[in-house]
Each structure stands twice: as structure tokens, then as C-alpha cells.
Design a binder for this molecule. Structure first.
Ligand code: ADP
Ligand code: MG
Ligand code: ZN
Length: 627
């Protein structure tokens, strides 16, 4: 790359922003003013020895006693000194019409009308009273400036200048490669092209192909976007500049734009390289959105757009950006020539989760024969970051239990910890409460087991969790499902209802224990009716829309008030139907319910296999029945 490609850039080449220079002048102007005021009003008083006020007669008596060392006859006061050196004391008194005074002083051999204080060195005075304070302010100013630059990741020295963006050159210890990113095969494939381009640009130039300038990684939090960007740098062996959108926001007004310019200045010098802007949504929001504009953010965004247009394609700088809210981005950012390529980084599927478990397990001492497949199936919906966390929690548990290898049980337990909170060992439950909880949980499990097509029960426990859950029934799907049918969804509703139905059936009373089930049920039932067209009345009418596909954002409602009332009625009816179904199943299998509940009460935690062993004989008898 020719070193003079900077010429092609738009905007002033002076790295110091005019805004900065203004700040700079304000700062030193203010400092100078403070020094002057101090010198005029404060210091003179501080350095003068205190002067005592006396009467004229006192003065005369001092003169007579021969104590006075020198007298300064000023037009409106007489200042005199007693003693020498350290002992010096100054007095002053008013002027009295006394023509004989001069003579008396002469006789007493007291120097008068002379300067009492020695004239200090003028140069030294200036230095002390102006030089040192100014120096002091300069040092403070520098320290502040450096601090700010430091916060923004640079090691800048001058006020307002400074470097931008952490330059992250992958070293051996923190080097990431594509092997560290599990799953995400499509994303890796898209990025492989970039790696190849950065490593061998000539091939592309020869054909005349232009590499995309900007690539946007979009996906939910914790799916490995930042990790992927680092892996690209690691694979391509090029410098990597990274800055987070949120870092721009905390800066002074006007600084954001300057940062962007400096960042691209540096990147251009280091090309080929990667510039990574994390959380770009914080600066790239749509500009016309709010009533009160955010000037600072707009300036920063405009500067970013200008920079992206400014450099030619194929100059070796590739910009990666990550966001989990692509829908909020300004359309200008997404048009061709800017971030024109989007790489989705989705939540991992079953294979992806298994692979992520395996990648993270490499960093720990694992027992032989861990069933990664099962772990993957038990963690549907978890992100890569969640899985990394689960593996680490499992390792911590192994240490707590004085083992030097992480076991399958550790990992399964930590899945529950991450999902349901820590086990609460000392929670005190009365026997009656435990009985209710056991029936509640078996209610869920039995309803699930008795409906063909429900996910098999993996584990049931009535050991309370710190999250507040008193029991827990874990179902693990055999294989991953991308589509949920109407019957699946209804079976799920009935399974949720199973807890409450068991309580009502067995105890004739109901408890607060079903609060969470009720929430989940209502959510699923509502989504079935308003989003998935699974109601009889509305058919395929969309009543609600999901606003943010990546962050479980809210929903917007498109329907009228009357329709919404109908929706409520239908949700109510659907939930009721699910409850009735659950109640029916449990009533029919009441002896089995009792037997299972007793067993769970005794064991506190039972596995899916133990559970199935108890219901198996009965199951074979009633195999033909369907619900
Ligand atoms: P994002 O930037 O998408 O929010 P990160 O890249 O910061 O997520 O991921 C956080 C952590 O989660 C990573 O450091 C890594 O340990 C783990 N992680 C996430 N996705 C994956 C993945 N696909 N493979 C391996 N580890 C992952
Ligand atoms: Mg990130
Ligand atoms: Zn429940």
C-alpha cells in the first residue's frame, strides 16, 4: 500500500480538531485568570507578616524604650518594626501632627522613612507567584487530558489529541481463531472470504473484485459476535482496532467525531487491518427518531459515514461492526458501499450447542464419557455465553466437592443453576408443603408423559432453588424442533397446567406455587392466538407483532379494543381447556400420581428413567389410549 494514500481522505488532515483547540484555549485562559486573581487578592495577604494595630502613645513609648528597629513614615500611617529576623513584629498606628518626631527618631538612632522589608528579587517573585502556579495548572491539565485519552483506550499525551481505539494485535495468549468459535458455520463461511482477502489482496485486485468495506454482525447477545471479529483478525494475522459504540457516547461533545477520524487515520496507516466497532447501534441509531436530536451522536455518525465513503475499496481496511438491534440502525449505514453485508449470528442450534460445550470443555479437566449430546439437548435457547457460563459453573461445583475433574452431574446441575438458581439447601419446608410440591411436580411430569408427543421427562426435583422455584421438572426433547405445531403447543399448555391441577385434585385447594406456570401458560396461549394464527376465530390475522427478534422485546398490537377483548376471552378459554385436559389425565391416573409423588417425596430428586420405570407397566396397559 502506498504510504500517501492519506491524501485521498476527506476532511482536514490536522488531527487536532478545531473544537479541541477551542477547549484548549478556554482551559488555559481560565487557569491564567485564576493565577492572576490569586496573585492580586490572596497571595499578598498570605505573604505579609501580620501587622498589629497600636496607639500613637504606645508607639512613642516603644521609641523611648529603644525597642524600635525601623520606622516607615507613610502618608497616612506609620509602620514600625520591633526585633530582628524571626522575632520581627510589625505594628502600625495612625499619623498624628507631631513635628518633633523626626528629631526624636534621629536621636534614638532609629532608621526611618526607610523600607522596612527588604526588596525581594523581582525575578524570583515573578517566578514564584506566576511561574509555579501556571506550571501547576499545566501539569494538572495534562493529567486530565491523559486520563481521558486513557479511558478511551489510547495513550494520548496532548490535551484533546491522543490515540483512538485499542489496537488489539492478537498475541499468542489471546489469539482467537475460527476453531474457538463453535457452531456459527454460516457466519464463519462469510467471514472466511474477508480473511482470505486480507491475507492475499492481490488475487482480488487481479480480477477487479472489490472487497466489502463494511460487514455487520447481527444477532442476540452472547452469540459470539465479538469473538468472531477477534477470530477474523487472528486468522488473517493483521492488526485489529476495536472500539465500542458506548465509548463514543461517554465523551465530550465533539469528541466522538474526532475519535472516528483518528481511528480511521490510524487504520489507514496500518492497512491491511480490521476496524471493529462493537455495539454500533449506540452511535448508529436512526437520525430522525426523537423529538430532541442528539447532536453529538449525529456528528459521530456523520463522521463515520464520511470516513467510510472517503477510503477506497481495496485499500486494505475492513470494517466489522456488531449489533443486536439491527432494526434501529440508520438506513444510511446500511446502504451499498457502507455496511452492505450482514452476517447473521444466531442462537446456536442443537449441533451448535454441543460443539460449544465441547470447545469450552477443552479448557477444563473433564471426566471421561461426558454426554455432550444430552447437555446440548437440555439447553435449548441458551447462547454461547450461557454455555460458557454453564461449563464454568460445573467446574466450580467440582472444586467445591473436592474433585479434580468435572463430571456429568456437575454440568447437569449447573444447567439447572443457570436456569433455576442455586439449590437452597437450608430452605425449611414443612412436610405438608413438601407433599404439595411433590404432587405439583409429578402433576407436570405425568401430564407430559401421558400425552404422546411431549418431551420426555429428564429429571424431577423438589429441592428448592434460590431463584424461588421450589421444585423443578426438566424435560429434554429427543431432537430439536424448529417448528412447533398447534398440538405441540397445546400439550405444552396442559403440561404447565398439570401442577395446579394435581394440587386441586389431591388437596382440594390451590397454592401460590403455580404463579410461574400461569405466566408461561398465558404467554404461550396468547402468542398462539395473536401471533401464530392458531385460534379458530381469528384465523391468520396478525394481532400482535414481535418488535425485536433478537432481544426478547415487547410486542406491538395492531388490533382494536373490541378485538383485544375477544383475544382475552379466547386466551382464557384456551388456558381453561388445557387445565381441564390436565385435570382429566391426572384424575384418570390417580393411583399412579400417588405412587410417583410418594417416591419423589422420599428421594427428593428422581431421574427420568426412575420415573418411567414406575409408569411403564401402566403405560403398556393403556397404550392404545390417546388424548
Ligand atoms: P456477543 O459479542 O455476541 O455478545 P461474545 O462474542 O462477547 O458475544 O461472547 C461471549 C462469550 O461467549 C465468548 O467469549 C465465548 O466464551 C462464548 N461464546 C459465545 N459464542 C460462542 C461460540 N459460538 N463458540 C464458542 N464460544 C462462544
Ligand atoms: Mg459483544
Ligand atoms: Zn409448576
Amino acid at each position: 500500500m502506498p504510504p500517501d494514500k492519506d491524501k485521498n481522505r476527506k476532511g482536514p488532515s490536522n488531527p487536532r480538531d478545531p473544537q479541541d483547540r477551542r477547549n484548549f484555549i478556554y482551559y488555559y485562559g481560565l487557569a491564567l485568570l485564576v493565577v492572576l486573581l490569586l496573585n492580586w487578592f490572596v497571595f499578598p495577604r498570605m505573604f505579609e507578616p501580620p501587622v498589629e494595630l497600636t496607639s500613637y502613645s504606645e508607639f512613642l513609648s516603644h521609641v523611648e524604650k529603644g525597642e524600635v528597629a525601623a520606622v516607615d513614615l507613610q502618608p497616612n500611617q506609620i509602620v514600625y518594626r520591633i526585633g530582628e529576623g524571626e522575632e520581627t513584629r510589625l505594628y502600625k498606628t495612625g499619623v498624628v501632627e507631631d513635628p518633633g518626631l523626626a528629631e526624636r527618631l534621629q536621636q534614638a538612632d532609629i532608621p526611618f522613612a526607610a523600607e522596612i522589608q527588604e526588596t525581594p528579587n523581582v525575578f524570583l517573585t515573578l517566578l514564584l507567584s506566576y511561574g509555579i502556579p501556571i506550571l501547576f495548572f499545566i501539569i494538572i491539565g495534562r493529567m486530565i487530558a491523559r486520563n481521558m485519552a486513557g479511558k478511551m483506550g489510547g495513550g494520548g499525551l496532548s490535551f484533546g489529541g491522543g490515540q483512538t481505539g485499542k489496537m488489539y494485535v492478537p498475541d499468542d495468549s489471546d489469539k482467537k481463531s475460527f476453531a474457538d468459535v463453535a457452531g456459527q458455520d454460516e457466519a464463519k463461511e462469510s467471514l472466511l472470504e474477508i480473511v482470505d482477502y486480507l491475507a492475499r489482496p492481490q488475487r482480488y485486485e487481479a480480477v477487479g473484485a472489490r472487497c466489502p468495506k463494511g460487514i455487520l454482525l447481527v444477532g442476540p447477545p452472547g452469540t459470539g459476535k465479538t469473538l468472531l471479529a477477534k477470530a477474523v483478525a487472528g486468522e488473517a494475522h493483521v492488526p485489529f482496532f476495536s472500539i465500542s459504540g458506548s465509548e463514543f457516547v461517554e465523551m465530550f461533545v465533539g469528541r466522538g467525531a474526532a475519535r472516528v477520524r483518528e481511528l480511521f487515520d490510524q487504520a489507514n496507516k496500518k492497512a491491511p487491518c480490521i476496524v471493529f466497532i462493537d455495539e454500533i447501534d449506540t452511535i448508529g441509531k436512526k437520525r430522525d427518531g426523537g423529538v430532541i436530536g442528539n447532536d453529538e451522536r449525529e456528528q459521530t455518525l456523520n463522521q463515520l459515514l464520511a470516513e467510510m465513503d472517503g477510503f477506497e475499496a481495496n485499500n486494505g481496511v475492513v470494517i466489522l461492526a456488531a449489533t443486536n438491534r439491527p432494526e434501529t440502525l440508520d438506513p444510511a449505514l446500511l446502504r451499498p458501499g457502507r455496511f452492505d453485508r450482514q452476517v447473521p449470528v444466531e442462537l446456536p442450534d442443537l449441533n451448535g450447542r454441543v460443539a460449544i460445550f465441547r470447545v469450552h470443555a477443552k479448557g477444563y479437566q473433564m471426566e471421561e464419557g461426558i454426554d455432550y449430546d444430552l447437555l446440548g439437548r437440555a439447553t435449548a435457547g441458551a447462547s454461547g455465553a450461557d454455555i460458557a457460563n454453564i461449563v464454568n459453573e460445573g467446574a466450580l461445583r467440582a472444586v467445591r466437592m473436592n474433585r479434580n475433574k468435572v463430571s456429568q452431574a456437575d454440568l447437569e446441575e449447573s444447567i439447572e443453576v443457570v436456569i433455576a438458581g442455586q439449590q437452597r439447601k437450608n430452605a425449611i419446608l414443612s412436610d405438608e408443603e413438601k407433599r404439595i410440591i411433590a404432587y405439583h411436580e409429578i402433576g407436570h411430569a405425568l401430564v407430559a408423559a401421558k400425552q404422546t408427543g411431549s418431551a420426555p421427562v429428564h429429571k424431577i426435583t423438589i429441592v428448592p432453588r434460590t431463584s424461588g422455584a421450589l421444585g423443578y421438572t426438566m424435560q429434554v426433547d429427543e431432537e430439536e424442533k424448529s417448528l412447533v405445531s398447534k398440538n405441540d403447543a397445546f400439550r405444552k399448555l396442559a403440561t404447565y397446567a398439570g401442577g395446579r391441577a394435581a394440587e386441586a385434585l389431591v388437596f382440594g385447594d390451590i397454592t401460590t406455587g403455580a404463579a410461574n406456570d400461569i405466566q408461561q401458560m398465558t404467554r404461550v396461549a396468547r402468542a398462539m392466538i395473536t401471533q401464530y394464527g392458531m385460534s379458530d376465530d381469528f384465523g391468520m390475522m396478525a394481532i400482535e407483532e414481535q418488535t425485536n427478534p433478537y432481544l426478547q422485546g415487547g410486542t406491538v398490537t395492531n388490533a382494536s379494543q373490541e378485538t383485544l377483548k375477544d383475544v382475552d376471552d379466547q386466551v382464557k378459554a384456551l388456558v381453561q381447556k388445557a387445565y381441564d385436559t390436565a385435570y382429566g389425565i391426572l384424575a384418570e391416573h390417580r393411583p399412579l400420581l400417588d405412587r410417583l409423588a410418594e417416591y419423589l417425596l422420599e428421594k427428593e430428586t428422581i431421574t427420568g428413567k426412575e420415573f418411567m420405570d414406575i409408569i411403564e407397566p401402566e403405560r403398556s396397559e393403556t397404550e392404545n389410549e390417546t388424548i
